[in-house]
Design a protein around this ligand. Structure first.
Ligand code: EPZ
Length: 418
């Protein structure tokens, strides 16, 4: 297992180019199942989760070809409907294959995703919505067995605005008979990116990006050429890196309207953030002001940037309260930050962070994807030695060439075999 070593203290300066968004690429690749023929998908990031979903889909007969940064996806020969436990357990988002398989083949057998470090991660809302569309499902030795003769449009209300739940039902509904109305739908930019792709295939979708999405099913869908949006969570991570160490980073490809809540909070912290022709320029302040956050569905502050924000508050001038309102166990990074000298007290869904002047370099362990980024940000400001972040396979799930991008900005950071 690899680890990343950081000798902190360097100020970060320069430009960084965003990769395509993991959480946009996963539903887009799943949606390629909806129609045979060659789909051309651009800006697919080279990530572990992308390799995982490619492996699952290849096992179903989908053919992938890398064409100089563009991914060609051909699901003409899709035959197998099963996504096996040994792959699904490494990436819960495999549940995104359920909707497209039902729409294309009328059947699917997907391992019920287990929980993960940050929470139970149930998929009950996905299954309840599919049942409303006429899908028969039963649990068989840990697998969801689903079948449907004719998917039918339905009026669906999500108790919680689930991101992959919204995406799953969108992909089922585009080929269903009749109209589907999705209420309390998720509004993330990744939802709009998927809707754009589906419209490119000939789907009839309106309202994506709002809490009500209306889809009129069509009998046929065609091939599409589509570009994945830049990764807003990667962008927010670099914004916080610049803010934490008086850096100055231009983030190429960043779309400010994907990060309004984050930009507002970072400006309150003291960062100077301005739009440029390439993206966004972030300048870190001399003093980091302590600011409270509460994670919410889009357009609120994203839960995927909570751990990174916490690392920043560990060296803020004052105390801050961080409320995690999306997942029930997303403070695992706290124990590791405390090993670096952070003063954090967790009380249920809140973490109270008392800012200190410095963090100490230490050996720490990544526990999930965004916690890995948080520990690396902390290591970048711990200037009294080497921070070693182990189990970095978590990071590789969602950040492309992370240490290379930081080294290009002046960080003293490298990867070693553990
Ligand atoms: C997506 O997960 C993202 N993953 C997550 O990113 C992100 O943190 C999350 O949305 C919230 O923004 C992908 O897009 C692949 P949810 P998802 O369904 O769809 C509850 C990362 O680091 N819920 O919006 O699984 C659920 O427990 C990952 O890149 C149900 O109760 O999240 C949670 O409390 C982590 N029943 C809340 O809803 C359901 O059927 C929001 O979850 C579905 C969800």
């Amino acid at each position: 297992m690899d680890k990343i070593i950081i000798e902190g203290g360097n100020t970060l300066k320069g430009k960084v180019k965003l990769s395509g968004a993991k959480n946009a690429a996963l539903p887009v690749l799943s949606a390629c199942i909806l129609a045979g023929g060659h789909h051309r998908i651009q800006r697919v990031p080279a990530l572990r989760d992308i390799r995982t979903i490619r492996e699952i889909m290849s096992g179903m007969g989908v053919i992938f070809q890398d064409d100089n940064g563009t991914l060609l996806v051909n699901s003409e020969g899709i035959c197998e409907k099963e996504a096996s436990y040994d792959l699904v357990k490494t990436m819960r988002a495999s549940i995104l294959l359920l909707g497209p398989l039902l729409a294309r083949l009328g059947k699917a057998r997907i391992s019920l995703p287990g929980g993960c470090a940050i929470g139970a991660r149930p998929v009950n809302l996905h299954l309840k919505a599919l049942a409303a569309m006429g899908v028969d499902m039963f649990l068989d030795h840990g697998y969801i067995n689903a079948s449907v003769d004719n998917l039918k449009g339905a009026d669906i209300f999500f108790d919680i605005p689930t991101v992959t739940g919204t995406e799953n039902i969108m992909m089922a509904a585009v080929r269903a008979k009749g109209k589907t109305i999705l209420k309390n739908a998720a509004k993330e930019p990744e939802i709009i990116n998927l809707a754009d792709m589906l419209r490119g295939m000939g789907a009839s979708i309106e309202g994506d990006g709002t809490d009500t999405i209306v889809i009129n099913g069509v009998s046929e869908l065609g091939t599409v050429e589509h570009t994945i949006i830049p990764d807003r969570i990667e962008a927010g991570t670099f914004m916080m890196a610049a803010t934490m160490n008086r850096g100055e980073i231009e983030i190429e490809g960043c779309q400010p309207d994907h990060l309004t809540a984050v930009i507002k909070k970072l400006q309150s912290v003291g960062a100077k953030i301005e739009a440029t022709s390439m993206g966004v320029l972030v300048k870190g302040p001399d003093i980091i002001k302590s600011v409270d956050i509460k994670t919410m569905p889009f357009p609120g502050f994203p839960t995927d940037l909570q751990a990174q924000f916490m690392a920043m508050m560990c060296i803020a001038d004052g105390s801050s309260v961080i409320k995690e309102a999306v997942f029930e166990n997303r403070f695992i990074h706290v124990n590791e930050l405390q090993r670096m000298g952070a003063d954090i007290v967790v009380d249920g869904d809140k973490a109270i962070v008392r800012g200190k002047r410095n963090l100490q370099a230490a050996q720490v362990m990544a526990t999930d994807l965004r916690a890995s980024a948080s520990l690396i940000l902390a290591g970048l400001v711990a200037g009294d030695g080497r921070t070693e972040v182990s189990r970095i396979y978590h990071l590789d799930r969602g950040y492309e060439a992370f240490e290379d991008k930081f080294r290009a900005l002046g960080a003293n950071m490298w990867r070693e075999k553990a």
